[in-house]
Design a protein around this ligand. Structure first.
Ligand code: CU
Length: 177
């Protein structure tokens, strides 16, 4: 996916439509992931070593979610992708500021060494949530499924914060297992 410049701030807040940035994610694949998520048992996902926290921004048709994943186990893992039953697609994105112009692009799998952490934050790594089936209001929760190479599917429920809010410390994700 080619970089798409976003003038000024990173525009994931209310009103952002995602025009021109439709990810290549066939509906079939999303459906398959969702079904897999429903069938996964806690034993299959074995998320015990992966600790997920985070939050999502409020949004109308699209939003951004920010999670931190700490690997408390002794084996490396990789975050391969994500999905949500509340959205048509969730893509790992990387934002960067080049000469005052905020850009973002699809990021590949994120390696997670033992003891290490994937730390998403505004202006950096984030999850692009597109095609919300209903608007995300502050106070609601966004169901999220993270797909790992070794641990499999790890579910979380992210609190939805007002646009522009930051503060994963005040918004611990509740594991959905
Ligand atoms: Cu993005």
């Amino acid at each position: 996916m080619r970089p798409h410049p976003i003038a000024g701030k990173h525009g994931h807040e209310d009103g952002w439509t995602g025009a021109g940035a439709t990810p290549k994610c066939p509906p079939m694949r999303t459906a398959t992931l969702f079904i897999a998520a429903l069938l996964a048992t806690p034993a299959m996902a074995s998320p015990g070593d992966l600790h997920v926290q985070g939050y999502a921004n409020a949004g109308i048709s699209g939003s951004a979610a920010y999670v931190t994943v700490h690997n408390g186990g002794s084996k490396a893992d990789r975050l391969l992708g994500a999905s949500s039953p509340a959205a048509s697609s969730v893509t790992i994105h990387q934002a960067s500021n080049a000469g005052g112009v905020m850009r973002m692009r699809a990021a590949g799998p994120q390696t997670l060494a033992p003891g290490a952490m994937i730390a998403m934050k505004p202006g950096g790594l984030h999850l692009m949530v597109m095609g919300l089936k209903s608007p995300l209001r502050p106070g609601a929760r966004l169901p999220l499924v993270l797909r790992f190479e070794k641990a499999g599917l790890v579910r979380a429920s992210l609190p939805v914060l007002p646009p522009g809010a930051q503060g994963p410390a005040a918004a611990e994700a509740h594991h959905g297992h």
